[in-house]
Every structure is written in structure tokens, then in C-alpha cells.
Design a protein around this ligand. Sequence first.
Ligand SMILES: C[S@@+](CC[C@H](N)C(=O)[O-])C[C@H]1O[C@@H](n2cnc3c(N)ncnc32)[C@H](O)[C@@H]1O
Length: 220
Amino acid sequence: MKQIFSGVYSSNGKLFTRNLVPGRKVYSEQLVSKRSTEFREWVPWRSKLAAAIKNGLRELPLRKGATVLYLGSSEGTTASHISDIIGGKGLLFGVDVSERVMRKFIQLCEARPNLVPVLADANKPESYREHIEGSSIDLLYQDISQKNQAEIFNKNAALFLPKEKTGLIALKAKSISQRESPKKVFEKEIAVLEKEFRIKQVVLLQPFEKDHAMVLGEKR
Ligand SMILES: C[S@@+](CC[C@H](N)C(=O)[O-])C[C@H]1O[C@@H](n2cnc3c(N)ncnc32)[C@H](O)[C@@H]1O
């Protein structure tokens, strides 16, 4: 296992995180034990963050003890790997608007005490402000297939993300426009993101995800 970012490992072309809850899988990932440590495979076909790492993401501002605000946490596939990386002293607030996926996420939170469920609409960050305030966010992460993806991200960044901290957003071109080319859509969304962020890198996610890009920015 070669460590490529804090808490992220690579072996034979596959990505792994150290399993915070040994013996337990979260989705259909492989569990691998090396010298009495258990690792979980981080599958880029299932997680856009893993896809971005595979495709050359240069920075991942996560470490043990980090605090993350995750918009669109869904059932927690990607959140579970962040949970592995930030460890028992870290904290991840997972916001999702769907009660159905939140029920699954709450089960994951029971097994992983560093995950906190927030059932809310990320368009209305004021509605969950009281849960987040008091925690200093190190990373704002978003994976939400809505037309106003960049606007949602900016609103949350303005309210919760301290200056110079990092934002990572997975943009899905087809949720924004079926008509315009993905390249054009990404350019327009990035122009919106530039109001709140200095853009540092744009990583296209194919072949893992078609017409998706991961954008890395630093809060202005
Ligand atoms: C593509 S899935 C996220 C997958 C997840 N990030 C992962 O990698 O495991 C998008 C999620 O965004 C949620 N979502 C859509 N609109 C939302 C909104 N306005 N506020 C919060 N969550 C939203 C959906 O319910 C869905 O669970």
C-alpha cells in the first residue's frame, strides 16, 4: 500500500482507505487486510471523489480530525471513505434532501460516530445553520444533480466555509443543460464559482462518469 494522500492508499491501480469499522462493508467494496490493518477498496465507478483522484486531483485537504460539510451525501458511499480518512476525531455533516436515502445514511451514522445526518435542502443553508455553526469547516464537498449546482455551492460557502479553505464540487453537465456542450456548461458554472472561489483545478471524470467534472477551489 502506497499512501498518496493523507489516509488514501494505492495498490495495483486500486484506491483504498483504512476501514474505521473493521469487518463492515458499506457497499460492494472489497475488504483487504495488510499486516493486521483492514483497508476498504474505494471504487471510482461508485464515487466521484475517487474518480477525481484516479484522474489526477492534485490536492485533497483531508486529514485525521478534519471537519467536512458534504452536500448531497446520499446513502454515504463517498462519505464513508471520507469518514475513514478523517478518523474518530473528525466530523462530517452529511446534508441530503431525500428522506429515503437519509434513512440509509442514518444507519451508516450509527456505525460511524464521525458522521452527522442533516435532512435538509442545500438550497436553504439558513435552515441547518444552527447544526453547523460552532464547527470550523475544512472542506466543503458537493455532489448534487440540480440545475443551480454552482449557486447552491456558493451559498453554502459564503455561510460556512472560512477564507482559504477548500471547496470540491462535482458538476454534472446534463443536469444543467441538455442542449449546450458539457465544455460550455462547465465554463459557465466555473464563472459562477469564481465569485466565491479561486479555481485551482478542473478534473474531468470520464471514463468513470460521463459529462462530469470535479472542480477544486480555494475560498476567497
Ligand atoms: C449523485 S447523488 C450523491 C452521491 C454521493 N455523493 C456519493 O458519492 O455517495 C445526489 C444526491 O443529492 C441529493 N440532492 C438533490 N438535491 C438536493 C438538495 N437541494 N439538497 C440536498 N440534497 C440534494 C439527492 O437526494 C441525492 O442523494
